[in-house]
Design a protein around this ligand. Structure first.
Ligand SMILES: C[S@@+](CC[C@H](N)C(=O)[O-])C[C@H]1O[C@@H](n2cnc3c(N)ncnc32)[C@H](O)[C@@H]1O
Length: 264
């Protein structure tokens, strides 16, 4: 019988569609893949030369390559083949011999339990429908005394602003499930039985036209996306500190790196 409700695979299909289109342009964003942004994650994970690291939902692989400069071996896993093509290109360009790429799903990592010294995930939890299950899988494949790092943008503590931010993001990228406030991310760590994580806060700068150019909004509604960003200036309705600058709008994504140790 025909049904209008989304099937069980609707979300993975949205992920594949969005990130196949975004892969090349996402890989070129300097504010995400530049040295300064990557150094923050490396500082949180503290890779050593004997470590094996895993980055889940690795996208174009910049985190994996940054970790591999310090580690023995680094694996990146992602659901989207086009992202892994970008990752392979990056590893070739930087002549990194100690990296490996796997296509797969964060909810069923194709690795033995207690294998990796460090397991990271950056800017992907907002795409997960089951973030607790994703974190549990990361913990499973991490060694005892190993390091777990989750980095994502965070929504405002104001439910009204958080909802407005998420509405804009779902328009901009329909594979977004939800950006969560800090407390919700911390609750995931507690729920996974992990010690309270260290927190490092930073901001990812954004400019309206650059962002629109990199986006594939629902219904190709580029003007709608511009409008939502523009109107957020008046009362900071999304909690992104949007401000007019000439004929564009500047804003920033408040973000956090949470790092902790799996109990021994
Ligand atoms: C915004 S990108 C972030 C990429 C990368 N972590 C970074 O920071 O540059 C999100 C990535 O999550 C991946 N992804 C989403 N859901 C996934 C899942 N269930 N399993 C594996 N990868 C997934 C997408 O394919 C995409 O490459």
């Amino acid at each position: 019988m025909a049904s209008d409700s989304p099937g069980p695979n609707a979300h993975p299909v949205r992920i594949e569609e969005q990130f196949s289109r975004q892969a090349k342009i996402f890989a070129e964003a300097p504010e995400l893949h530049g040295e300064a942004a990557l150094a923050l994650l490396v500082e949180a994970a503290k890779p050593r030369s004997t470590d094996e690291t895993l980055d889940v939902a690795c996208g174009p692989g910049s985190v994996v390559v940054a970790m591999a400069r310090h580690a023995r071996h680094s694996i990146g896993l992602d659901a989207t083949a086009a992202m892994l093509v970008e990752a392979q290109r990056l590893a070739r360009a930087q002549a990194m011999p100690n990296v490996e790429w796997r296509q797969g799903d964060v909810y069923a990592l194709p690795f033995d339990s207690d294998r990796f010294d460090i397991v990271t995930c950056r800017f992907a939890f907002h795409h997960f429908e089951r973030p607790a299950a994703a974190l549990q899988e990361m913990v499973r494949v991490c060694k005892r005394e190993g390091c777990i790092v989750v980095c994502d943008a965070i929504a405002s503590d104001s439910p009204r602003k958080a909802e407005a931010f998420n509405r804009m993001e779902r328009l901009r990228d329909p594979s977004t499930v939800e950006f969560r406030p800090l407390e919700a991310l911390l609750a995931l760590f507690a729920g996974a039985g992990l010690p309270s994580p260290e927190r490092r806060f930073f901001q990812v700068p954004a400019e309206r036209e650059q962002m629109v150019k990199r986006s594939f909004p629902a219904g190709a509604d580029y003007d709608g996306l511009r409008r939502v960003i523009d109107t957020s200036v008046d009362d900071d309705s999304m909690g992104l500190g949007a401000r007019r600058c000439g004929d564009t709008v500047l804003f920033r994504y408040p973000s956090v790196i949470l790092s902790t140790t799996k109990a021994g």
